[in-house]
Design a protein around this ligand. Structure first.
Ligand code: PLP
Length: 385
């Protein structure tokens, strides 16, 4: 099908919740994608941080294919080897105790919110201004942006939003109904907002002091992107509940909610469930992805290439750049111009880049990126900026 027809059918048959550029991505290889007309792009979006091993990895494809040929979803009514292997890996990496599997970031938030409420018997949750946790009702209640909340009110009550990066504001907001705090280690959708050093550590201490749960949303920061498998490891803390999704299965839908034993045990049979959650294909994909990340030292690569990328952006000395921020391969560029225009120009010049906010460019490349590809991206950015 040609580009024109795809765009026509999208307008006709797909609900218009996204605005898309006028090309159709057809396939990818490593850190590059190709559109239907054969044009090549450097991909700094990677399916919004999902395709962390890059595109077209043959080993990955072979593992997923083999699993599909064996069985796709025996369902949660039965034991699954791939599921328990994945749970064991995530428990070892997080140093927590038990997992619940779902299919997306927002579902990992729903499980976390339900688990926190069941365990603490308190409905109050404190989240951060500018925070993003998903779009289902529980997750949307924790999400801050009024534009996406407003049309769906009333949301869950008992959610309070306080300034991000200010642990004191969280402590001030705690009342007798507060059961948990939910926080991103770096705010992704807000435009890569990095909190002050020690923020998570302070939140951990406050939660301990007031006997409330700390839920860390690693949906965007997790799986090695910031230079640690979990971004909370930078502050050497142990959350009570952790959420993962996006990169966990290299683009195959999956969500995971991981918790300490005493909290996890509050979920009894029937308390929560998911037909597709933890299906064998997603779990096999995630098992491969984690092993590949570790075997190929992609977490170290994320740190190294992220530092190189930020250094190169700084060296552009562009009048258009206000601020460069981030950790590892989660980079935000605060710009003076309209980001939409810049994204469009980048696309025209063969670069996929995304803008979560009006004056912010966001870089979330695959963790396999190298200096040559970064240099290529910088060359395009330089011309456009
Ligand atoms: N939490 C964070 C931090 C996210 O960045 C996102 C998505 O961008 C979500 C939750 C929701 O994930 P999903 O879109 O998979 O539901």
């Amino acid at each position: 099908m040609d580009t024109k027809k795809t765009i026509h059918l999208e307008k006709k048959y797909i609900m218009h919740t996204y605005s898309r550029p006028d090309f159709v991505i057809d396939h990818g290889k490593g850190c590059y994608v190709y559109d239907k007309k054969g044009k090549k792009y450097i991909d700094l979006v990677s399916g919004v941080a999902t395709c962390i091993l890059g595109h077209g990895n043959r080993e990955f494809a072979s593992v997923v294919k083999k699993q599909i040929e064996k069985i796709t979803n025996p369902s949660n009514l039965y034991y699954s080897e791939q599921q328990v292997l994945l749970a064991e890996k995530l428990v070892k990496l997080s140093k927590l105790d038990k997992c619940f599997f779902s299919n997306s970031g927002t579902e990992s938030a729903e499980a976390a919110i339900k688990l926190a409420r069941k365990h603490t018997k308190k409905p109050g949750i404190i989240s951060a201004k500018h925070g993003f946790h998903g779009r289902t009702f529980g997750a949307l209640s924790a999400t801050w942006k009024e534009k996406i909340r407003q049309p769906f009110k009333p949301l869950l009550s008992n959610f309070k939003h306080v300034d991000y990066g200010n642990a004191g504001a969280v402590e001030k907001a705690i009342d007798k109904n507060t059961g948990a705090v939910i926080v991103e280690p770096i705010q992704g959708e807000a435009g890569i907002i990095v909190p002050p050093n020690g923020y998570l550590k302070q939140l951990r201490e406050i939660c301990n002091k007031h006997n409330i749960l700390l839920i860390v949303d690693e949906v965007q920061t997790g799986c090695g992107r910031t230079g640690k498998f979990f971004a909370y490891e930078h502050e050497k803390i142990k959350p009570d509940i952790v959420m993962l999704a996006k990169g966990l299965a290299n683009g195959i839908p999956i969500g995971a909610t991981i918790a300490k034993e005493e909290i996890a045990s509050s979920f009894k049979r029937g308390d929560h469930g998911s037909t597709f959650g933890g299906n064998t294909v997603a779990c096999a994909a995630a098992n491969f992805t984690i092993d590949y990340i570790i075997k190929n030292k992609l977490i170290d690569n994320a740190e190294k290439q992220g530092n190189y990328f930020m250094k190169k952006i700084k060296s552009l000395n562009s009048n258009n750049v206000k601020e460069i921020r981030g950790k590892g391969l989660m980079v935000g560029i605060g710009i003076k111009a309209n980001a939409k225009e810049i994204v469009k120009k980048c696309n025209e010049n063969g670069l996929l880049i995304n803008s979560p906010e009006e004056k912010v460019l966001r870089l979330l490349p695959p963790l396999i990126i190298n200096k040559d590809i970064i240099d290529g991206a910088i060359k395009i950015l330089k011309g456009v900026l």
